[in-house]
Design a protein around this ligand. Structure first.
Ligand code: SF4
Length: 390
């Protein structure tokens, strides 16, 4: 028998869902009914408003001494085929010459490079602030912050205080993978463990910084592990309160050691978005990251609990190394169109969900779009497509 009526009643009474509820939601066979429950919660919080931003991705180095089995991005050492570490000048130029004058965010994650001194990262940030001081720097995962702390003999708070002084504004959510030690020990056993990841975020929150959080799903974990993961994030949020957004990240299986595993399906993507919305009652935003789940599924997820599509991006290479075939970037107009087509109101935000511009909803039902217009839109979706996306 479906648990949805019982869980719906709990939600209506304002009661918090527990681990058993979370598991029942993951096992619920009626995807549309589950989506409806999550959508009601999404609309209660945000109505039709759907957030996106104008951002860029940057990976300063893919050299990494860790060996996560799902990772197709990292190269073990400098000089290995495909290894790359940008110079400061290259990194600063990438931001200075970014063509979009409306750019509000630079999102950077890196490998755990064994040879770069801490000052290298401070100089990187301060140079970016010099060339475009208005751009928000959302950089370094909790795993990277923990790596710096261990390597350079500082606490998380000391690392973050120095990076903030150099220009760091907030942290992305990457590196959470699956927090449960039974899974984490098998897929990422030589980097920050789950508690250390959460401690790095907690330290950031206590300094007044906002961060995001993630979950890499669809590989060797079970639904129980996913529920455990969500409960750990929820508990951290109760304690330190700085998570703005949760981003479920779908596992991709190319060019890594988990190639034999199938990737999660669209049904799993939508289910995970919906359960996350219902379980993470103390995190405001759930993101359908279009690079991870694909544009079509991300658009549908806006009716399954997600209220954010991420941004224009341009330059992502972590998912593209693992076989993602989505474009390397979307135009702002394309994001607006995707949101409108889903019957929602596009809201351009900055990194901390300040409103840059709220746009009107579509003037007419998008289902009535002419074939000619749809084809024109498809072209605009791919206008920034290069490399692996082609
Ligand atoms: S996921 Fe991150 S820490 Fe793990 S190998 Fe890849 S770059 Fe390194």
């Amino acid at each position: 028998m479906s648990a949805l009526p019982r869980i719906g009643a709990k939600l209506a009474a304002g009661e918090r869902l527990d681990g058993d509820d979370g598991l029942a939601l993951f096992m619920e066979p009626d995807l549309l009914a589950l989506g409806q429950l999550a959508n009601a919660e999404r609309e209660r919080r945000h109505g039709d408003r759907t957030f996106f931003n104008v951002n860029m991705r940057y990976e300063a180095t893919n050299v990494c001494e860790a060996s996560c089995s799902f990772c197709a991005f990292a190269k073990l050492e400098e000089g290995a085929p495909g290894a790359h570490t940008a110079t400061h000048e290259e990194a600063w130029k990438a931001l200075a010459e970014h063509p979009d004058p409306k750019l509000t965010e630079l999102h950077m994650v890196n490998g755990l490079h064994p040879g770069l001194p801490f000052e290298w990262y401070e100089q990187l940030l301060s140079g970016w602030k010099r060339v475009r001081p208005e751009v928000h720097l959302k950089c370094f995962t909790g795993v990277e912050i923990h790596y710096f702390a261990e390597k350079f003999g500082m606490s998380h708070t000391e690392v973050l205080t120095r990076l903030r002084a150099a220009g760091l504004d907030s942290m992305p959510g990457g590196g959470a993978e699956i927090l449960h030690p039974d899974v984490r020990g098998r897929i990422s056993n030589d980097k920050a463990d789950g508690e250390q990841y959460l401690a790095a975020h907690g330290a950031a929150h206590r300094l007044g910084m906002k961060t995001n959080c993630t979950m890499l799903y669809g590989h060797i974990e079970t639904f129980e592990h996913r529920v455990d993961h969500l409960l750990r994030l929820r508990a951290q949020q109760e304690e330190t309160g700085g998570f703005q957004c949760f981003i479920p990240l779908a596992f991709h299986n190319e060019n890594n050691s988990l190639q034999k595993l199938p990737e999660p399906t669209a049904v799993d993507d939508l289910r995970t978005i919906a359960v996350s919305r219902l379980m993470l009652d103390n995190i405001d935003h759930i993101k359908a990251y279009w690079v991870s789940m694909g544009i079509d599924t991300a658009q549908m997820a806006l009716r399954f609990g997600a209220d954010d599509l991420d941004g224009t991006i341009v330059g992502e290479s972590i998912y593209h190394s693992a076989g993602s075939t989505v474009p390397m970037g979307l135009t702002r107009d394309a994001l607006v169109r995707l949101i409108r087509e889903a019957g929602r109101i596009p809201v351009e935000r900055d990194t901390e969900y300040g409103i840059v511009e709220e746009l009107p909803r579509a003037a007419r039902p998008e289902a009535a779009m002419k074939v000619r217009e749809r084809n024109a839109e498809k072209k605009s979706l791919n206008v920034l497509s290069t490399g692996a996306a082609s």
